[in-house]
Design a protein. Structure first.
Length: 335
């Protein structure tokens, strides 16, 4: 049993190690965590977003859990095209209580181009502060085996690392072409951990957080009076690790008018050599709720029995009174 637990632990660490940074399956519904250029890139004044991810519940009594949320503003301080945002994230990993807490302040500039202003160039950057720590007293070690069983009262011989506190920086660009809400295409590139901070918990060693390069494509095309197809993809390269996601969602418009917008969507996605997953989302006016479930296809599959992670996302937009009154002005001119 101890050998099996060791193998499972190593596989979990190696699988999650495909990316040092936290990643979300619904990258298309986590704007502040996908690219800082998305800060303030929405139709409205305020946007609140949140997400929860829970992974490896089938193989560990302490699953990996990630919680994130943020708020961003469009045309902040009444400056056209200026986006400002604040995001918070906590990642809790396994039995060692390895915890990563991060707060980021992001700024972005949005420039519309072309005669019809349908094209856009969006530039963004963030400065963040994070802390990382763990608790090795919750782990079991070989030195605590008394010949018959594990005895937690025996000294482990291991040294508890120090808490890490660092600044971190990222930047990004996103270029899009928008004919209308249903017909759009965009390509982005983001770079995280620009300074490659040292995250080692021991002064005698160095463990740099590799710079993370992320390219992504988001699109939407109508395929009928009430249906859209939304292909998307993301490639992430971080040091010796990489991750590739590709798939599409299909959106059905229940109501699509000037005064009301309601739709639901479902999608099918694949993460290369790691997982396949499905997603679903419901749009009710300015509220979007999404969910996804990963089916594990990695080397850990014999232990997980294909069970991977579930994830929930939420986005809520507040529009100004002036924008609402403009949207609701549907009376004929002669009245």
């Amino acid at each position: 049993m101890r050998v099996l637990l060791t193998i499972v632990t190593v596989l979990i660490l190696s699988t999650s190690g495909l990316s040092q940074d936290v990643h979300f399956s619904q990258f298309f519904a986590t704007p502040l965590f996908t690219n800082p250029a998305f800060t303030g890139h929405f139709d409205g004044t305020y946007r609140f977003s949140g997400m929860i991810r829970r992974q490896w519940q089938s193989v560990s009594p302490e699953p990996f859990q990630t919680h994130g949320g943020g708020i961003d503003l469009r045309d902040a301080a009444k400056i056209k095209g200026l986006g400002i945002g604040l995001s918070l994230l906590q990642d809790f990993a396994g039995l060692s209580s390895t915890t990563f807490n991060q707060a980021k302040l992001s700024l972005a500039s949005h420039i519309r181009i072309g005669s019809a202003k349908r094209g856009g160039i969006h530039l963004g950057g963030t400065v963040g502060y994070f802390t990382s720590s763990n608790d090795i007293s919750r782990l079991s070690w070989n030195n605590q085996f008394n010949g018959t069983q594990h005895d937690p009262t025996l000294p482990s011989g291991e040294i508890q690392g120090n808490q890490v506190n660092k600044l971190n920086y990222s930047g990004g660009i996103y270029v899009d072409q928008v004919a209308n809400e249903r017909h759009r295409f965009g390509v982005g590139l983001a770079i995280q951990n620009i300074a490659e901070p040292d995250i080692s918990m021991f002064k005698a060693s160095e463990n740099k957080m590799f710079r993370l390069y992320s390219a992504h494509v988001l699109s939407s095309f109508p395929i009928g009076a009430t249906w859209d197809i939304m292909p998307a993809g993301r490639a992430m390269i971080q040091g010796p690790y990489d991750q590739y996601i590709i798939g599409t969602a299909f959106r059905h418009h229940l109501v699509d008018s000037e005064i009301s917008k309601q739709s639901f969507q479902f999608g099918f996605w694949g993460r290369w050599k790691d997982a396949g997953y499905v997603s679903a989302g419901l749009q009710m006016e300015d509220l979007y709720v999404g969910a996804s479930y990963d089916v594990n296809l990695s080397l850990l599959q014999p232990a997980t029995n294909y069970r991977g992670a579930w994830e929930v996302t939420l986005i809520y937009i507040i529009r100004t009174v002036r924008e609402k009154s403009k949207r609701l002005r549907v009376c004929p001119d002669y009245l």
